[in-house]
Design a protein around this ligand. Structure first.
Ligand code: ASP
Length: 460
């Protein structure tokens, strides 16, 4: 197919031809939903034939349904040349050896991953061409394990990734970076926290909220911060490394079991919940915010537990939820349910008989809190005690998604519900803590005086 209509097929191709509008042209499109102006982007082979993709002036890309198009007019042409020179990545024996695993997401792309105009920048040479600073930090080798948006990550990818990490550690790597879509990075971070234990080196997950064709992209700086953390941090744990503030001042290192994506578009989307982050990272400096972490070691030993039972689900309670939701899950053969309950861990009374039926069917049911901060307390109200008598187990202060991953991981190892309970309630990688620091909650709020004072203590 000619490059003039790159990637377009079927109805989409027909309409471009009909109005004589080319890929990379600036076009005005009149639709049944209003008028749009922007650059027609190329599409990839796998995209559907029902939409055009238009890059607006704001930098956002939108899909326009072919059926809604009334008229189109080309008024300019702006082919983007996103060529990144591929250069030999310079290595030296003094620098640490870092392995970068790619799983996909925006960080893996040279341009917007969603447009089809992307060629993943992934070989060390391409990354060096795009972000030359990386060569001052480490000797980098790369491996693309998957190329998916993170909503498509799941147990199969978690276990593959865990095994690949294990192999690298046994070979003696000094640190690991994992490029990942941001949307479900906290699920994968939790999965790796359970599947890869006692690592001697940092395992740093990183993503990017804005693709590298946008001026505000965080991709390059996130790569710099994460490779710095993997190379220099003394923290041998599964971490997420993303912007701390919305500006590009510093990144935070979050523990894999306590981190959550809390904003759909800010570059500072990730927050440690129920705790404070482990460290701050600047281009050339790592400042620990606490000391209770696993320290880097020189050996090459690591424990890999690549297990996962897929018949586990999470139910987010809402007022007036009908018990048939729980019954349906049990009837479908699910072996575990994580409930995200209200307040201290509640659901309405009509659900109780369904919870009893779940227990009789041998389903493991655990309670977490929608508030995210704080502990489940099922002894405070009678309703909580009732629920516990129906077999619902309070999951302390585990985040709902973390509890979901842990239950899948536990049930992947054993069907014995007492053993599952022992696994679930034994703290691993900080997923359950003794208490939550008040200043952690303040840090999360951001911008209020106590927070500023707290931050200033570390950030001079
Ligand atoms: N939807 C994308 C993903 O999670 C967004 C990103 O990469 O940040 O894969």
């Amino acid at each position: 197919m000619s490059d003039m209509f790159k990637g377009y097929k079927g109805k989409a191709l027909e309409i471009l031809k009909k109005f004589k509008v080319r890929v990379w042209s600036e076009a005005k499109i009149e639709t049944t939903r209003g008028e749009f102006e922007g650059i027609i982007l190329p599409r990839s082979e796998n995209d559907d034939a029902k939409h055009l993709v238009l890059k607006l002036d704001t930098g956002y890309n939108i899909g326009i349904a072919i059926d809604s198009i009334i008229e189109m007019k080309e008024y300019g042409y702006k082919e983007a040349k996103y060529k990144i020179p591929e250069k030999e990545f310079p290595t030296s024996p003094e620098k640490p050896n870092i392995k970068l695993f790619g799983t996909g997401g925006t960080i893996a792309s040279r341009l917007d991953y969603r447009t089809g105009a992307v060629i993943p920048a992934f070989s060390p040479g391409e990354l060096y061409g795009a972000v030359p600073e990386l060569a001052d930090i480490c000797n980098l080798s790369t491996e693309k394990l998957f190329a998916v948006f993170s909503e498509n990550m799941g147990p199969e990818q978690y276990t593959t990734l865990a095994k690949a990490i294990g192999k690298e550690i046994e070979k003696g790597i000094d640190g690991i970076v994992i490029g990942h879509g941001t949307d479900t990075m906290h699920h994968t971070a939790a999965a790796l926290s359970y599947m890869v234990q006692n690592s001697p080196v940092p395992i740093v997950m990183v993503g990017s909220q804005r693709s590298s064709d946008r001026p505000s992209s965080d991709a390059a700086l996130n790569l710099i911060h994460s490779t710095t953390a993997a190379s220099q941090a003394d923290i041998a744990e599964v971490l997420v490394c993303m912007f701390g503030p919305t500006s590009d001042e510093y990144a935070l290192l979050h523990r894999g079991t306590r981190v959550r994506k809390m904003h759909s578009s800010y570059r500072s989307a990730f927050r440690t919940i129920g705790d404070i982050p482990l460290a701050m990272v600047k281009r050339d400096k790592i400042t620990p915010l606490r000391e209770d972490y696993n320290h880097r070691r020189k050996d090459k030993k690591v424990d890999i537990y690549p297990y996962f039972e897929e018949r586990v689900t999470m139910v987010y309670y809402y007022p007036n939820m009908n018990p048939d939701i729980i019954d349906a899950v049990v009837e479908k053969g699910y072996k575990g349910i994580i409930i995200a309950g209200t307040g201290l861990g509640h659901v309405n009374k009509p659900l109780y008989p369904a919870l009893e039926r779940a227990r009789r069917a041998g389903v493991a049911v655990y309670m977490t809190v929608q508030t995210l901060w704080g502990f489940v307390h099922m002894n405070v109200y009678e309703t909580g005690r009732d629920m516990m008598s129906k077999g619902v187990i309070p999951a302390e202060n585990m985040l709902p998604e973390v509890a979901y991953i842990k239950l899948g991981w536990a049930l992947g190892q054993t069907g014995d519900l007492d053993k599952v309970k022992e696994i679930m309630l034994t703290p691993i990688g900080g997923d359950i803590t003794e208490g939550e620091p008040y200043n952690g909650y303040l840090v999360y709020q951001g911008g209020i005086p106590e927070v500023e004072d707290f931050i200033k203590k570390f950030h001079k």
